[in-house]
Design a protein around this ligand. Sequence first.
Ligand code: IPM
Ligand code: MN
Length: 359
Amino acid sequence: MKLKIAVLPGDGIGPEITKQAVKVLKAVAERFDHDFQFEEAVVGAAAIDATGDPLPADTLELCAGADAVLFGAIGHPKYDNDPDAKVRPEQGLLNLRKGLGLFANIRPVKAYPKLIDHSPLRPERITGADMVIYRELTGGIYFGKKSTSEDGRSATDVCTYSVDEIERLSHLAFKAAQKRRKKVTLVDKANVLETSRLWRKTVANLSAEYPDVALDFLFVDNAAMQMILDPTQFDVILTENMFGDILSDEASVIGGSIGLLASASVGEKSAMFEPIHGSYPQATGKGIANPVASILSAAMLLDHFGLTREAAVVRDAVEESLHLDVCTQDLNKNNYYSTEKVGDFLEGYIIEAGNMRLN
Ligand code: IPM
Ligand code: MN
């Protein structure tokens, strides 16, 4: 298969981890005879430094013309504590999501048996946890009208949702549930928010089209607690933009490291693949960042194009690296491997595992 992949390394550890994901995709291309072409562009703080714009027009154009986008991370400390900053790196990511119409953000979370002791949660609670969060990504409070009063003493963020926005994501969540354990949990705050009541009504109506899928509802505060108390109850979590952002960071605790969580953001035409973690500025350039979230995002990219055998080989490689403790510092304190070395191990395994499978 021929694929044109736009690579947006972004800020902080973004370039280091993305480099390993590209290495892994090149290994897959070599082993399975695909033609993957990569083209890089700037985004985020790196783009502000280079052009003044966190999402330069050239970058958006490259992404819109590509089959897929591989995204690193975004954010820089110099903007975090500056509420008056006129332009922020995060705006690059938000504009990209909006500009490419990436309305569905898919974030799988599971407890790896080998890493069960890395989670601060008790092993018996998280054993068997395996869920996927379907987060709405181009609406809600993130994209509503924002304003600050003239005297600077009040500020407003508007949250709006339409039935169409809710339905298009919900269909994907229900279809995913049909291929999994056939359960969707809608997370909202319908006891308080009008938008949440619209979500509940819309999702309840739509669920009639999926009689084989069980639907239940949780308020977001309760969902946050249930995630820690009994994460195995979840199969597909369906939720709006900001709740999904918060719950997915919380869910990463189950896997033992946020450095493992991958995501796919998909729309009608485009698809982007990115780790859920941020730019981890303290680790930048030290070779200690975990590249696995970016590499598992690359596996989701392969799945997206129907390359399921290839994606399975990448996931096998990751499982094997966890078994052999070929891990970065977050997972192996005493005898850890560098970002680059983990990438090298996976590259080697993919080429060999491909051999075993083909022969
Ligand atoms: C994420 C991130 C982004 C978000 C930030 C960087 C804008 O936290 O992808 O989860 O809030 O969506
Ligand atoms: Mn987040």
